[in-house]
Write a protein that binds this ligand. Sequence first.
Ligand SMILES: NC(=O)c1ccc[n+]([C@@H]2O[C@H](COP(=O)([O-])OP(=O)(O)OC[C@H]3O[C@@H](n4cnc5c(N)ncnc54)[C@H](OP(=O)(O)O)[C@@H]3O)[C@@H](O)[C@H]2O)c1
Length: 321
Amino acid sequence: MLAVTCTSQSADDPLSGLTVGERPDPEVPEGWARVHVRAASLNHHDLWSLKGVGLPADRLPMVLGCDAAGVTDDGEEVVVHAIVGDPDWTGDETLDPKRSILSERHQGALAEQVVVPRRNLLPKPEAMSFAEAACLPTAWLTAYRMLFTQSGARPGDRVLVQGAGGGVATAAIALARAAGLTVWATSRDEAKRARALELGAHEVFEPGARLPARVDAVLETVGKATWSHSMKSLRQGGTLVVSGATTGSDPSADLSRLFFLQLRVVGSTMGTRSELEALLRLCASSGVRPVVDEQLPLAEAARGFARLVEGDVVGKIVLTA
Ligand SMILES: NC(=O)c1ccc[n+]([C@@H]2O[C@H](COP(=O)([O-])OP(=O)(O)OC[C@H]3O[C@@H](n4cnc5c(N)ncnc54)[C@H](OP(=O)(O)O)[C@@H]3O)[C@@H](O)[C@H]2O)c1
């Protein structure tokens, strides 16, 4: 099968370890299923793997990719939940200490085939294309959990989304708007700020800009570059939800502000199978759809990765098999 594989790692030149080529078809363990991938989406996670973050070198070669939608050997159209955990674990899968996501321990989804435990399969909604469905399991699910499980934001509240162009950020903007929140967003780029308005943001700002008012919650994936602004933008008792740190993870904690304003800082990672089910229902009922920046054939994966490195993407890059 054709697959996009991490064959070596380099922090300075991550694309040097990206190999697109033939790999053996995967074996299907007992209780698992084969998915013939129709669409898979890129995530910043794939770049971290190529940089040597979160993927030990002794696991290479590793097929990249967390997100897929496709068709099983039995002909079911499915979306794949990316978290593979302890089969005996019950409850919130994101809290399973033995969990990993596809492409960390198990071969990933940027391939013509991926195998996953049967319980990781969810029916793909008919109204959603394979490309749209392939955007949901990581970026969109992460945004869903940040917003609806972790932030405490309710309809009518005001949220700030940092780094508007990103996969998680575009999802957060669209979902927050659909849920009746007032949505403010920042981006470094004027064109991305304009796009964020089209996607549902009520107002957009340059990074670090003084906001017209404080917000109830901030959704943060950028990290060091925006952290201080995130802390300053919260109202007393507000919540900063963080699920990523693209620009570095050692920001000043700003402890005085944290305790004096009684802020809450909440970590968030991926989402559960039942949150993915709820996200699928929300997309179906609201008409909200993932933002696909570009679709490319699997064989042209390198071009998609180059765009991700450049940071000129709004939403998701999808590879089709
Ligand atoms: N914990 C989890 O479960 C989880 C799940 C998904 C993602 N993540 C993490 O969340 C982060 C975002 O993921 P993603 O897939 O959404 O990435 P992405 O699509 O590559 O987006 C990254 C965004 O960060 C902003 N950014 C990058 N460099 C910046 C800088 N120097 N200054 C300001 N903003 C900058 C950009 O926004 P603008 O260009 O608009 O400013 C960019 O669009 C990654 O670190 C990823 O690993 C974590």
